[in-house]
Design a protein around this ligand. Sequence first.
Ligand code: BTN
Length: 271
Amino acid sequence: MSADAGDAGVRLRAQLAARGLEWPAEIEHTPLSPSTNDRLKQRARAGAAEWTVVLADAQTAGRGRQGRRWSSPPGNLYLSVLLRPAPPGARWSVLPLAAGLAVAEALAVEGLDARLKWPNDVMVGERKVGGILAEATSGADGLESVVLGVGVNVAVRPPDLPPDVAATVTCAAEELARAVDRVVLAGAVLVRLTVWYHALAREGPRVVQTAWRARAVPWWGRAVEAQSGGRRLRGIARDLDEGGALILELEDGTRAVLHSGEVREVRPARD
Ligand code: BTN
């Protein structure tokens, strides 16, 4: 589909311009995509410019982290953005966290107290409202590109999602008891992402780490269980390091540094 074809792509560009941001690359809008991440990775291989965006109204093969399916009916936000971070360096490992931060901040503008659950879930209370799928490509010279895929449950109510996820998710419209414009939300996400990206390039990962911690679910010092690299670990959530890894203090007093996986809080059993 051609550049900015369709109303949502044009509106998104206008949203960004209204916030003082002349978007520097193509915004491809499509009514239906298998996966905006897959589409953008294809475009990246063909040389698409940094900040190229793919926005879909629905996906037929939406993907989540850890090979999971991301249910993608019309009404929610499905967006991917291409970055070509330079020069290569360790700082970019927090890019997925910066994307989560951008989503939480965009939801905060709408009035939602969205919190971040490591590594990349955007939560309202106990329920998930959005997530990030970051996919990097490396070449001989190191990191070549990163596709950041953003999925936010905007308007589709949990009962209209598959039963295996319905109990653990929510949507912005339900939480706010009003309609939320997904294109306005997309504009806010992209604006905040550019802010964090440039801050990261200029000042290094600590800015993202600090902001992310401040928006995290309040589990520092609490007992958690982690599933990471085929291991199950129990410990106390202590911190996030500069690379975005989660630091756990294990029951034997040693520290574990987790670079990927899933974590849940362990609540003391009630009588
Ligand atoms: C997660 O598991 O929490 C991450 C979900 C990411 C879903 C988004 S929707 C837009 C983009 N395209 C995909 O196929 N996945 C991401």
